[in-house]
Design a protein around this ligand. Structure first.
Ligand code: MN
Length: 712
């Protein structure tokens, strides 16, 4: 196990401004916190964080990352709390440790492998500081190195799969090829031990057969370059079993046919030397066509730079050669970490953690491939998305600020439409709750539920919003449609016509409607009036003006037709009835009610019966008596009269009415008691004034107790 001072020396070697104090404190704190805990290997647990810190120091990371590496398991696995960490090491370290702790709680389930990309994004989104991810990668690397000590085979497999699907691609994305290669090979060994062993055995066999083949090629290449006056470091290696396996799979070839299992690296001083060395190698050895790639003029999005070529080498073997400068080499091995190390001198004045982010953004900004750029942008904009699990473990990717309603619609429109509540991590939560990364969300639905207009303010996803709007629009349309149909039917009947869809169809163009339903909706929404539609279908004769309406009251004698009482506001030819409930008289304030199939009924404005039409204001017509006309037509006024139960009282009643030129057309006893009779009396009068006179006269008669106009 690396000792305290060794670790400090190592960090000091590349970062003279290292916070030695913090490193020493963290080393001791972690050692005490983990105490007597043991790893599955039997080693003290504390050896693990120290190894992780060692890996991070090889990546040349800053003190905060190394300290985080030392402390990364204390919150999860010991009695130490985040508050302890913050008190001792400050908020920055506490935040980093917290980030790593949260990442460690994520576990990829086997049925989620098809969602690996989402899972990778979740990891990225949770790494709000790139150092969290780097510490996690170092942690995973050491765990993979010691994976074989775990007894539980299922757990080993899960960790290996997770490494292969999530962490190795993340390492690659950040340009950390060394770590990627090692993670992949370790995972490969766990997932397909036989395949890996087979390839290793073949490699060993070839090595033995060919003697020191790699060595001999190195010497020959070195010699060739030296003679050309190039100062280069040549190294060579067999490819890892996993990369050979991948190639065998990709090209669908057997091991024997796989020629380039050796890779060589030429490291030179500067870019000019790279192209010079390439020229020397190409002129000395036969080039394998189609394998040359210039990643110096066109770097990979993860900042990788090199010249790649394949030649038939000095031993008549096909070999792959990478040519690069020392700086490019470090970037290739360490990825973003190295990039930072190289640039930090130039920008020493700025806080390191921010420079980290800026550097990364810079790298990502210059990514060439749009697809890659997109992926990297997601890494850069850590917080623009949240990733949540369904109860089955599927990952749902949502924008930042998303609520359970967004989640429900993302799962299925039907679930969105019927959602009534949500459980987040097992606890009931309001639908307005903003979801956080890694939340497990269970949507509670009810068949009776429909989308509410208020939901529109709670959602951030386009899908949810569109769905809610569509529902509300459809609902509104249905309401307008029903109302419009009633309005039009009324308008047609008012005019004495039967409304047919065929008739409406002919008028659609006039109202710029596609279908009859559209026309109903337009009428319901008030965009067109019933009258407009009727006159579009049945255009009125040009010179008709509102004319007299025939009164249906029983006028006496032959005069009836001529003496019709005109009512203003009615359409010519419309059937008119005087309501039997209130018996309106000229002089009364009146209102017309459109009666389905029966024309218009006239009521007094204070008739109780009007309450029945309160909900259908479209049936009401503004009408008035035409006072200018003087007629002899008679109207029936109805009275409620109470008289005393005594001889001659009924006689007095009829006498008073007769004296005032009222003609009784109907008389009915509605109630009788020991002392009183209640009567309903219909009297023919000319108008309201006439009836009012009769009422006054009756009230002045001693045997009559009360007189009222009937209201219903
Ligand atoms: Mn760990």
């Amino acid at each position: 196990m690396m000792r305290q001072f060794e670790l400090v020396e190592r960090v000091k070697a590349y970062d003279p401004s290292v916070d030695e104090d913090a490193l020493n404190k963290a080393y001791v704190f972690s050692m005490k916190a983990h105490g007597q805990q043991l790893r599955a290997s039997g080693d003290p647990f504390f050896s693990h964080p120290v190894e992780v810190a060692g890996i991070l120091s090889r990546m040349k990371l800053d003190s905060a990352s190394i300290v985080t590496g030392l402390l990364h398991d204390t919150v999860e696995d010991t009695l130490a709390t985040l508050e302890d960490i913050e008190k001792r090491f400050g908020p920055e370290i506490a935040r980093l440790v917290d980030g790593v702790t949260k990442l460690s709680r994520l576990e990829l389930q086997s049925d989620q492998t098809k969602q690996a990309e989402n899972f990778r994004k979740l990891v990225l989104a949770m790494s709000d500081d790139i150092r969290v991810l780097l510490v996690k990668l170092a942690d995973r690397l050491h765990n993979m190195r010691t994976l074989k000590y775990l007894k539980d085979g299922a757990t080993r497999k899960r960790i290996a799969r997770e490494t292969m699907e999530i962490y190795a691609p993340l390492a690659e994305r950040m340009g950390m090829n060394d770590i990627k290669d090692e993670l992949q090979d370790l995972a490969f060994g766990e997932l397909q031990p036989d395949a890996r062993e087979g390839i290793r055995a073949r490699l060993a066999f070839l090595k033995e057969k060919g003697g020191n083949l790699v060595e001999r090629v190195i010497v020959a290449l070195d010699d060739t370059l030296e003679k050309a006056g190039i100062n280069a470091q040549v190294s060579g290696r067999e490819k890892t079993p996993y990369s050979i396996w991948r190639k065998m799979q990709k090209k669908d070839v057997g091991f024997e046919q796989l020629s380039d299992i050796m890779a060589f690296r030429v490291v030179v001083a500067d870019v000019a030397d790279c192209y010079h060395a390439l020229g020397v190698i190409h002129s000395r050895y036969s080039v394998v066509p189609g394998r040359f790639k210039d990643y110096i003029s066109l770097p990979k999005p993860n900042q990788y730079q090199s010249l790649h070529t394949s030649v038939i080498g000095p031993e008549q073997q096909r070999i792959e050669i990478q040519i690069r400068t020392r700086e490019m080499h470090e970037v290739a091995e360490l990825g973003v970490a190295a990039h930072w190390v190289y640039k930090q001198d130039a920008t020493r004045t700025e806080g390191r953690q921010y420079r980290w982010l800026r550097e990364l953004l810079d790298i990502l900004d210059h990514a060439a491939d749009p697809q890659e750029f997109l992926e990297h942008t997601k890494l850069a904009m850590f917080s623009d998305q949240v990733f949540c699990f369904t109860p089955k473990g599927d990952l749902i990717n949502l924008p930042h600020g998303a609520t359970p309603i967004d989640f429900a619609y993302a799962v299925h429109s039907q679930i969105g439409d019927t959602c009534v509540g949500a459980k987040i991590n097992g606890k009931l939560a309001p639908l307005r709750t903003q979801l956080a990364n890694g939340d497990q969300v269970e949507i509670i639905t009810s068949k009776a539920q429909v989308p509410s207009p208020t939901w529109e303010r709670l959602v951030v996803t386009a899908k949810a919003r569109a769905r809610i709007r569509r529902f509300i629009r459809t609902q509104q349309r249905t309401q307008y449609l029903d109302l419009g149909k009633v309005i039009l039917q009324k308008a047609f009947r008012q005019d004495g016509h039967e409304m047919t869809e065929k008739a409406l169809d002919a008028a659609l163009d006039r109202f710029k409607c596609e279908t009859v339903e559209d026309l109903y909706v337009a009428a319901g929404a008030g965009n067109v009036t019933g009258r407009e539609v009727v006159s579009a279908v049945f255009p009125p004769p040009p010179d008709t003006k509102p004319a007299k309406v025939v009164s249906l009251s029983r006028a006496r004698g032959k005069k009836a037709a001529e003496n019709a009482v005109p009512i203003r506001g009615l359409i010519p030819g419309m059937a008119v009835h005087y309501a039997g409930c209130c018996h309106p008289l000229p002089g009364d304030r009146i209102v017309g009610i459109v009666m389905t199939g029966r024309g218009v009924t006239i009521h007094t404005i204070d008739c109780d019966k009007l309450a029945e039409y309160a909900d259908t204001p479209d049936r009401w017509l503004d009408v008035a008596w035409n006072n200018a006309e003087d007629t002899d037509a008679l109207h029936v006024g109805r009275l409620n009269i109470t008289i005393g139960n005594e001889p001659g009282s009924l006689g007095s009643l009829t006498t008073v009415i007769g004296k005032h030129a009222g003609n009784i057309t109907n008389l009915k006893i509605t109630n009788r008691s020991q002392d009183f009779f209640e009567l309903l009396v219909d009297v023919e009068v000319q108008d309201l004034k006439h009836l009012t006179n009769i009422i006054a006269a009756l009230r002045a008669t001693p045997v009559i107790n009360s007189v009222e106009r009937a209201r219903r």
